[in-house]
Design a protein around this ligand. Structure first.
Ligand code: DON
Length: 618
């Protein structure tokens, strides 16, 4: 239950589903299935609607927790298990993928081979069940139950009465099974396969379970609530394809035309529909139409598809929005503070570094847009950073297109870097796999785009200004806070300063501590960081020699708001705030010069930040 639900605030989606339920609750067309005697006991008024999202939220209306047997809805899931057990080719060899356009119990077999048309009609489903691996019948059944359990997120069981009822009356299915045996589609005694088929049809589920099973397929085979994998991703496409073309039997054409989602129905009144990447929908209402599909189930799916534009072919145009922002390093620099001459150079040459902030799903059409933009610009660039922080997925095609780009640019003076990718992700692995060809250039993958940008800036600065002075100390007179100080004032200041040194990794300032000093860094580098709510550390800036830190204490007098850590061997001067305050009496002009320099420094930082925000949000 969400916070809004607990507060009694009803989501518009829930309101919609309740209205939809109310619209069809009085529709009494159709008949409850009775050819399996036990099914005829179902209450025709049972009616549940559930919608599950790929981020794991489930909307439930009506009889969403009433149990019923899966019946034919089990077929696509068992087909997935057969694919996992034997692979596509072996399964295809026994069971076709052509819609039969016939009823579920039609004997639609290819005349010469006896191969069933598809795995959704009973003939194909029984052949599919006959392919499930297992040493003995109990093991096969357990594998089916375990598989359905992962889809639903809890253990499931067989309704023994429905199973017995179907087993003792399923003469037509038994005939189909023996026919399959005759054609060597089933290679053993057909009875165990039939028995397992009757059991899979009798697995008890709820409407909520079906919605979660549907969304698990929508989510590439991963149950979004439990995080468990129900079926391997490569088999999701074949399952959904079969559901699209054959899932609704002799209504399949009309269904994909009107509703536009892969779906499956069962004679106990369940229907589930899958909108890949987005939703799973399930309806439960036992009365069936002439084609053995739930009357209310069909109407609800039709309405939802229309009202929410859920038709599969109503596809969003994703390519246009893949580049969230794109900028160069003369517009936006890294969080590393620079001395004036370095900053000047980045202003002039920063256009040679370009950052692409990408978003959404990376697939052929979105990566094509990025590749085209890079191809148009690469001659004018030395460094390209692709920041994947806002990327939600990278499919295998996108991954190999980006690897190809990396490979292509290796032969060029322009270097490609990636930021914000999990080092252990398959994409990172494939990129790192290629890095070996020119590992000398520097790391290709950065945790955060700012570190990547800083690295590129350093390369550019080194190229134009020569190798950086490294950890050489700077004289106090060159410090940003000491600009324009007379020798006398500088000497006076020196008497107030306490020299300190820190080893790499040593914490210099701690969040929350009293603001009793400001620090003038004269050698080495420090990093300014904060701890985020999730415990991760975020870098606010890196400061080189010549910069001040803890300086806000002079103005705010508030506890420290960040941590400062030495990155290299550090030498700095600490100026006690109390000593600074005493200058008011003994050397007001020195105090004023220090404040003016501080103000100039702070306003420069503010100006750069304002420009950055303008570019990044513009
Ligand atoms: O094979 C049968 O007759 C049932 N166990 C399943 C049929 C079914 O659910 C057809 N779907 N609409």
């Amino acid at each position: 239950m969400s916070a809004a639900d607990r507060a009694g605030l009803k989501s518009p989606i829930r309101t919609y589903l309740e209205k939809l339920h109310a619209t069809y609750v009085d529709l009494h067309d159709g008949q409850v299935a009775s050819y399996i005697p036990e099914l005829s006991h179902a209450n025709p008024n049972w009616f549940g609607i559930c919608v599950a999202t790929t981020d794991g939220y489930v909307y439930e209306v009506g009889d969403s927790r009433q149990t019923f047997t899966m019946q034919s809805i089990s077929k696509p899931f068992v087909y997935g298990l057969a694919l996992e057990d034997h692979g596509k080719d072996a399964v295809f060899h026994k069971i076709g993928v052509e819609p039969s356009g016939d009823a579920f119990n039609s004997i639609s077999l290819y005349p010469d081979s006896g191969r069933p048309f598809n795995p959704m009609i009973n003939a194909g489903a029984i052949a599919t069940t006959g392919m499930i691996n297992g040493e003995h019948p109990a093991e096969k059944l357990q594998r089916l139950l375990d598989m359905v359990g992962v889809y639903c997120g809890h253990p499931v069981e067989v309704d023994q009465r429905v199973y017995e009822s179907e087993r003792s009356t399923g003469h037509r299915n038994r005939a189909i099974g023996h026919m399959l045996r005759n054609f060597e589609i089933l290679t053993d005694d057909p009875e165990p396969a039939l028995d397992l088929y009757f059991q899979q049809c009798s697995i008890l589920v709820t409407c909520r379970d079906l919605a979660i099973m549907a969304v698990t397929l929508a989510n590439g085979g991963l149950n979004p609530i439990s995080g468990q994998r129900a079926v391997h991703q490569p088999y999701v496409e074949p399952i959904l394809s079969i559901m699209s073309t054959c899932g609704m039997y002799n209504s399949a054409g009309e269904w994909i035309y009107d509703v536009g989602m892969p779906a499956k129905s069962g004679v106990s009144g369940g229907v589930l529909a899958v909108l890949p990447g987005q939703l799973g929908i399930a309806v439960f209402s036992p009365p069936l139409d002439q084609r053995s599909n739930s009357v209310r189930g069909i109407r609800v799916c039709e309405d939802m598809s229309q009202d929410f534009n859920l038709h599969l072919f109503h596809a969003p145009v994703v390519a246009k929005s893949v580049i969230r922002t794109s900028y160069n390093a003369s517009q936006v620099t890294s969080q590393r503070s620079r001395r004036d001459h370095e900053e000047q150079l980045l202003q002039e040459q920063g256009h040679r570094i370009r950052v692409y902030d990408l978003q959404g799903d990376l697939l052929f059409s979105t990566v094509e847009v990025v590749l085209r933009d890079i191809m148009e610009r690469h001659e004018r660039l030395d460094f390209i950073i692709l920041d994947l922080k806002h990327v939600t997925s990278i499919d295998t095609t996108a991954s190999s297109m980006l690897c190809d780009l990396l490979h292509t640019l290796e032969a060029q003076p322009c270097m490609l870097l990636f930021s914000n990718i999990e080092p252990s992700s398959p994409f990172a692995m494939s990129i790192l796999g290629r890095e070996g060809s020119d590992g000398s250039q520097g790391p290709v993958i950065y945790e955060d785009h700012d570190l990547a940008l800083e690295w590129c800036e350093n390369q550019l600065l080194a190229r134009y200004l020569g190798t950086p002075s490294g950890d050489a100390a700077i004289p106090l007179a060159e410090h940003v806070l000491c600009q324009g100080l007379s020798e006398r004032d500088l000497n006076h200041l020196q008497t107030l300063l306490e020299p300190l040194s820190f080893a790499p990794g040593e914490r210099i300032l701690e969040t929350g501590h009293a603001p009793d000093y400001i620090y003038l860094l004269t050698r080495g580098e420090v990093s300014v960081t904060i701890e985020l709510a999730d415990g991760k550390r975020k870098r606010l800036s890196t400061l080189p020699a010549g910069m001040a830190f803890g300086e806000m204490a002079l103005i705010e007098r508030a506890p420290r708001s960040a941590d400062v850590t030495a990155l290299t061997p550090v030498a700095c001067y600490a100026l006690p705030i109390a000593a600074f305050d005493r200058l008011q009496e003994i050397n007001p002009s020195l105090r004023m010069m220090l404040l003016t320099n501080l103000l100039r420094h702070v306003s420069g930082t503010l100006r750069r930040l304002t420009e950055k925000v303008g570019i990044l949000t513009g």
